[in-house]
Write a protein of this length. Structure first.
Length: 520
């Protein structure tokens, strides 16, 4: 074995180990999808308070269409399912902590490096406990809204042995709610402040409404109702954006898929899905002058090693107080980290391919002329139903676990316009450019030397999903990667998958931004 192969083998072992550790670490992390569903439910609750001045108003018809027959029952079911899932995940995480770490290890966390995994599990447990408390508060409010006040009071009741000085803010808020809906009502000290601080959106509105009614503060009650009507109108618009527009795209994409399948059945050799056809102008055919070792080298060194080892190492030596960063600083930090990764990866790619310059015709082709725009747009619509169906099935497997892109929760909870713009720049410009050059521009054509076109598309899509380092996203991202690969193979133009990737990430971030703004 040559020194070069020995080094590649060593780097591969390091890269694979780090990837496996990252995937395992994502096992106990919550999915962003579960939170998205609750944020959308919160918008639904706001919209349910909308009262049109005229029943014939188009806005009233839109509200009825989006809200359904029983919006509060739907919301209660959603929150109860989320609470059951969180409780189940909490039990599993506690059991995992108990099974993996002995009592001796638990007594010596700081001095034993092997307990790093324990610290991660304990952090997950704390987050899940906090989530359970928040869900308990909100489920009680929804139960009361449905007229099940006794059940709500039971949910808010805390154990008697719990001393008051040790109550968490959510537990104190539970006692506030318990007092407000008891008979006779009791107003505890700092009730309004606790409600404002620990409840969001519609739940805050309902609790404050009850507080002002008990206090007989009609002026405050009137102002609150007017504010809620304004929020309700805005919530309807947001529901149209995050439900109506994607819904239209889903229907259109489904029609595209039916057409493609029908064409494949009727005219299999001439269909769009028939990738490899002799004489076809846009048939994928790349002459690959390098072998598997070069593919291996670019991936391991240019992507995994640079992204998993070199960039984190460089950032760790910089005197940056990352833990103290606000949303805007974190946004720029993520952008800077990604640009370092992209620069390093593309530099390795360039140096590896330089001996083969000039490259054969068709490699890394980016031409403004041609039908690339329609391939990218059509691929985007076709990907919507495919990824949605796979994601729905995937949810049943992971049950709210498996992690998500760490940038997404920051976008969801962010309120800074500059931070949002930086996130869009990272996800909708930098990521499509770099990832499409690596996975579609280089990897997919290189693999056609050893695999069929569909085999190369599938293999490159699987690796594309792996590098995102989240277990729960493997299948949805692999599905998206297959569509990206197909679009590139048929268009022969990197601009097509770049456009599709840009549209996909932009749509995701737009939905997150709209959903997050509904929590105010």
């Amino acid at each position: 074995m040559t020194i070069k192969r020995l080094m590649l083998t060593l780097l591969t072992a390091i890269a694979v180990g780090l990837v496996l550790l990252s995937l395992l670490a994502s096992w106990n992390q919550p999915q962003i999808q579960s939170r998205l569903e609750l944020y959308q439910t919160n918008l639904l609750l706001h919209a349910a308070e909308f009262e049109a001045d005229n029943p014939e108003d188009p806005t009233a018809a839109a509200a009825s269409s989006f809200l359904g027959q029983a919006p509060f029952q739907t919301a209660l079911k959603q929150y109860q399912e989320a609470q059951e899932s969180a409780e189940k995940t909490l039990e599993q995480t506690r059991a995992q902590l108990s099974a993996q770490f002995s009592d001796s290890k638990l007594e010596n966390i700081e001095s034993n490096p092997a307990t790093i995994g324990q610290e991660q599990l304990e952090q997950s447990i704390q987050e899940l406990e906090q989530l359970n408390e928040e869900l308990r508060l909100r489920s009680g409010v929804l139960l009361q809204q449905q007229g099940e006040t006794e059940k709500a009071l039971e949910i808010w009741t805390l154990p008697e042995e719990l001393p008051s000085p040790n109550l968490k803010p959510t537990a104190k808020t539970a006692r506030v709610l318990l007092g407000l809906w008891s008979e006779p009502p009791r107003i505890l000290r700092d009730s309004e402040e606790l409600i404002e601080k620990n409840l969001e959106g519609w739940f805050r509105y309902r609790a404050l409404t009850q507080l002002y009614q008990v206090q007989e503060r009609q002026d405050k009650l009137l102002d609150l109702e007017q504010q809620e009507q304004q929020l309700a109108e805005g919530a309807l618009v947001k529901l149209v954006i995050i439900s109506g527009i994607p819904g239209f795209g889903f229907v259109l994409g489904f029609a595209v898929l039916i057409f493609l399948l029908a064409q494949r059945l009727v005219k299999p050799e001439e269909s769009i899905l028939a990738l490899e056809k002799a004489g076809r102008e846009q048939s994928p055919s790349w002459e690959t002058p390098w072998d598997w070792e070069m593919i291996w080298q670019v991936l391991v060194v240019g992507f995994f090693f640079v992204g998993q080892v070199l960039v984190p190492l460089v950032l760790s030596v910089l005197p940056l107080p990352v833990a103290e960063f606000g949303v805007r600083s974190r946004a720029f930090y993520i952008l800077g980290s990604y640009l370092l990764l992209a620069f390093g990866g593309l530099l390795v790619l360039y140096l590896c391919l330089k001996p083969f310059f000039p490259l054969p015709d068709g490699w890394f082709r980016c031409q403004l002329k041609g039908s690339w725009f329609w391939w990218g747009l059509g691929g985007y619509f076709a990907a919507m139903p495919l990824v949605l169906i796979v994601s729905t099935l995937n949810q049943q497997v992971w049950q709210g676990r498996g992690g998500s892109n760490p940038m997404l929760p920051i976008v969801l909870e962010g309120r800074d316009s500059i931070a949002i713009a930086v996130f869009f720049l990272t996800a909708s410009v930098a990521a499509p450019l770099f990832e499409e050059i690596i996975f579609r521009g280089f990897l997919l054509p290189s693999l056609t030397r050893y695999l069929s076109a569909w085999g190369a598309i599938a293999a490159s899509a699987f690796l594309f999903a792996i590098v995102h380092l989240q277990l729960s996203e493997l299948l949805p991202l692999a599905t998206l990667g297959i569509v990206l690969g197909f679009v590139y193979a048929r268009s022969g133009n990197l601009l097509a998958p770049m456009l599709l990737h840009c549209l996909w990430n932009s749509g995701t971030l737009l939905s997150l931004f709209v959903l997050g703004s509904g929590a105010i």
